[in-house]
Design a protein around this ligand. Structure first.
Ligand code: PEP
Ligand code: MN
Length: 340
């Protein structure tokens, strides 16, 4: 349930309502937008509680009391009409400027990591990606370098100034990953690992939450609600392709999901054309389509020598291809009023 104040509501009126709501015993959250203030009352609101809260409509300064029926509340647009903008060392995700994140699928060696970081920075990427803990379908595939990989990412950040996004798969990895990462990535396979979601919800670091390959948009938003309801409002959603009957590509990027999420939620949305297509030759087209559909950012795999990549070589762009794509993205951005 949310209480929406009139734009002209005074601080005294807001405080008065806030005090009364607090006596109801429900956890409350206050959201002061540029236009108006909204108080969110968290938790299940049963009939009895509803009776106690409903009279707030009569309080001075209150415009309306709305019961949010969607199973996600804090991440909903109803609760917070204005876009959330997440600031990562001055890089804003969710604003007018689109943020491109790029780097190898896995951190494989110091040399490759530093080389790719240098190249993607030169081409205009603003965040560096790379996995040190890899969720692999086969237990015999490369599992990532662990802390050694995080150290290479850190060195690449020191050399290029690019903040880091990297995946963690287990609540026990949080303390370590937090030391190195600027954004904690929750991979598609862990979108409904609720204990992990709760744990990153207690972190101060922004979270990149990838949509599960078999999950609906509503389920993605409920997973985001897990994180936000634990106290971490800095969540970036990622459409990375879902499983459909189509077998021509690795997954199917759900382009609809981008504007759907923007309607339903205030959180920023990025798209991952690399995992969605699985093929280097398709990445640029799908990246441009995602940008045109309203994505606030893109996450793209780049490798200096994809033939020897330990994971996802076939979908990794060569640095020159990435650089060309950045130029094309600028044109699409210009056409839709966004900067790259
Ligand atoms: C990744 O980004 O490296 C990754 C494993 O992606 P996803 O979780 O979307 O498969
Ligand atoms: Mn990958």
């Amino acid at each position: 349930m949310i209480i929406v104040f009139k734009p002209e509501a005074t601080e005294k009126q807001i405080q008065h309502v806030l005090e009364k709501v607090k006596t109801s015993g429900f956890p409350v959250d206050i959201n002061r937008g540029a236009e108006r203030t909204i108080i969110g009352i968290k938790g299940k609101i049963d009939q009895v509680a509803r009776l106690r809260i409903q009279p707030f409509e009569a309080f001075p300064g209150v415009e309306k009391v709305v019961s949010i029926s969607a199973p996600f509340k804090l991440v909903s647009r109803q609760y917070k009409p204005q876009d959330t903008v997440i600031d990562i060392e001055g890089i804003k995700i969710g604003g007018k400027k689109v943020v491109v994140m790029a780097g190898p699928c896995s951190v494989e060696s110091r040399e490759i990591m530093l080389e790719v970081a240098k190249k993607v920075k030169l081409a205009g990427a603003r965040i560096l990606r790379g996995g040190a803990f890899k969720p692999r379908t086969s237990p015999y595939s490369f599992q990532g370098l662990g802390e050694e990989g995080l150290q290479y990412l850190h060195e690449a950040k020191e050399k290029t100034g690019l903040p880091i996004v990297t995946e963690l798969m287990d609540p026990r990895q949080i303390a370590l990953v937090e030391k190195y990462a600027d954004i904690l990535q929750i991979g598609a396979r862990n979108m409904q690992n609720f204990d992990l979601l709760k744990e990153v919800g207690r972190s101060k670091k922004p979270v990149l939450l990838k949509r599960g390959m078999g999950s609906t948009v509503e389920e993605l938003l409920m997973s985001a609600e897990y994180i936000v309801s634990e106290g971490n409002p800095h969540v970036i959603l990622c459409e990375r392709g879902i499983r459909t009957f189509e077998s021509a590509t690795r997954f199917t990027l759900d382009i609809n999901a981008i504007p759907v999420i923007k309607q339903l939620s205030h959180l920023p949305v990025v798209a991952d054309p690399s995992h969605a297509t699985g093929q280097r030759s398709l990445v640029a087209s799908v990246a441009k389509a995602a940008l045109a559909a309203g994505a606030d950012g893109l996450i793209i795999e780049v490798h200096t020598n994809p033939e020897i990549a330990k994971s996802d070589g076939p979908q990794s762009l060569l640095p020159s291809m990435f650089s060309d794509l950045m130029e094309e993205l600028k044109k699409v951005g210009h056409a839709i009023g966004r900067e790259i």
